[in-house]
Design a protein around this ligand. Sequence first.
Ligand code: SF4
Ligand code: SF4
Length: 101
Amino acid sequence: MDFSRGACDFCGACAEACPESLFAVRESTPWNIKARVNADCLSIAGVTCRVCAEWCDARAVRFRLEVGGRARPEINDGACTGCGECVAVCPVKAITMEECE
Ligand code: SF4
Ligand code: SF4
């Protein structure tokens, strides 16, 4: 998946269209990746931005207020589906998707 080009809504259409036996059964989770925010985040630097949270249907992004008007985005791994929707919409490409244990 190239999340810079789009997200996954887990519809399964790619698995159904693929002629090879590359995909696991539909009931299994396709991956165990979660969103991670790096230091380039505007909000961490004190610039108001909530774009990632606005696009997250799972409401997995929360902001922890810090001194100086900054707000640090935190990902709730339990809620994050790994859809990647937040990646392309971030104006400074501060979000990556990373494999979790
Ligand atoms: S969209 Fe990007 S810059 Fe904006 S708060 Fe989220 S991670 Fe930070
Ligand atoms: S990957 Fe999806 S569920 Fe996780 S924080 Fe980003 S938009 Fe929300």
